[in-house]
Write a protein that binds this ligand. Structure first.
Ligand SMILES: Cc1ncc(COP(=O)(O)O)c(C=O)c1O
Length: 392
């Protein structure tokens, strides 16, 4: 675990305005100074667009692709760039086979970007949606999504697609994707993962999970800009998938520019899924700076450093008997704080007065720090929560 001094040095890498305890990386990642500088340089360079050569431009796209691949299985051919998670999930929903007597499994309350595309596809095909509830009848723990998913798979042999996260967006409850993937594959079902709330904070295990598609936004734990998201496609879909839209960008460039009578070949690998407009100089520059920093930290070190922050907060609450307020076995970087309903306003008010920024939704406060908050500050945040109880 880094010392307090290391923590202060880490926090200094971020441009977050002083006086703010930003605990909302699950909404939008905090801005690294290096990302801010890259954005400013790219905007300044935009006054002379002719100076950025085409080769340099393509190289900057491929650089980001390679950096993103490092969070999956290291294969840049597997990665495409798309504008949003919803776009990537719509692409997955459009491609995966699904018929009338089959079903798509999602978690109840799942983020709409990983729900709407499946609802649409089911409406078109006549297939069913299976909304898994926590505390499913066969599951012994109210927070246990994993056993709820496994029980639903056992109950419903029609499930063909599982569209899941690694960490639940409300409160960071983790899903055991190793167990779920093994069970899904044994039944011939495809796995689609929305890792928007974990990529850049938790390692992935593509070889074990064997997903069909993986999607993540780039502006949360990946610390980049809004409007650039990442898609990983399995070898099968890289060869056989159809993009959502037709752009010259996804085709062999020179051939496409010759305005042929028939469409030229797609570019290799998942590049066929690259969306129009993603090669945006400022967004690419910001992504590259963010991804370089994430790789320099190393995903395991980063996970542990984020864990140290949430653990410091949890410890203070536990010392005061408030264990029940914290999501059990939450992800290292993300938790839900669920005070009794009559205390929620007081806790939220105390945190806001202390300068904390967080999301309040579904009767809980989502606490999602990044490295711009020190472990010592997270202890203080825990103290604010405890203090609000003692005052009331
Ligand atoms: C789990 C999850 N998926 C996706 C998104 C974003 O999706 P989109 O890029 O479609 O807005 C969010 C949050 O904004 C999220 O929490």
């Amino acid at each position: 675990m880094p010392s307090d001094l290391d923590d202060i040095a880490l926090a200094a890498l971020f441009a977050t305005p002083p006086g703010t305890l930003y605990l909302n990386a699950a909404s939008h990642g905090p801005r690294l100074r290096s990302v801010q500088a890259a954005a400013e340089t790219a905007v300044a360079a935009g006054i002379a667009p002719w100076r950025l050569g085409e080769e340099e431009w393509i190289a900057s796209i491929e650089h980001v692709r390679t950096l993103v691949a490092g969070f999956f299985d290291g294969d840049a051919d597997a990665v495409a760039m798309v504008p949003s998670a919803g776009y990537g999930l719509s692409l997955a929903a459009r491609n995966l086979p699904l018929s009338r007597d089959e079903a798509v499994l999602v978690l109840a309350g799942q983020f709409p970007s990983n729900l709407l595309p499946w609802q649409q596809r089911c409406a078109e095909t006549g297939a069913r949606m299976v909304h898994v509830q926590r505390g499913y009848e066969h599951s012994s723990h109210a927070h246990d999504w994993t056993n709820a998913v496994l029980a639903a798979l056992d109950d419903d042999p029609g499930i063909r697609i599982l569209a899941l996260p690694h960490a639940y967006w409300h409160d960071g409850t983790l899903l055991d994707l190793d167990r779920i993937a093994a069970c899904a594959h044994a039944r011939g079902a495809a796995l689609v993962l929305d890792l928007s709330q974990s990529l850049g904070a938790l390692p992935t295990a593509i070889e074990r999970w064997r997903p069909a598609f993986v999607i993540s936004v780039g502006h949360k734990w990946m610390l980049g800009s809004y409007g650039l998201a990442y898609l990983w496609a399995s070898p099968h879909w890289r060869e056989h998938g159809e993009p959502l839209e037709q752009t010259w960008f996804a085709r062999e460039h020179d051939a496409a520019m010759a305005s042929p009578l028939r469409p030229p070949r797609y570019r290799p690998g998942a590049r066929r899924f690259d969306a129009g407009g993603i090669a945006h100089a400022e967004k690419l520059a910001m992504a590259a700076a963010a991804l370089e920093q994430l790789h320099a930290w190393g995903i395991e070190n980063l996970r542990d450093a984020l864990q140290a922050r949430t653990a410091a907060f949890d410890t203070v609450l536990r010392e005061h008997g408030l264990d029940d307020w914290i999501t059990p076995n939450h992800a290292p970087h993300l938790l839900g704080l669920r005070p009794p309903a009559e205390r929620l306003d007081a806790v939220a008010k105390a945190l806001t007065e202390a300068g904390a920024v967080f999301t309040r939704r579904h009767g809980q406060l989502r606490i999602a720090p990044h490295l711009q908050v020190t472990v010592a500050q997270m202890r203080e945040v825990g103290g604010v929560v405890v203090g609000s109880v003692q005052q009331s």
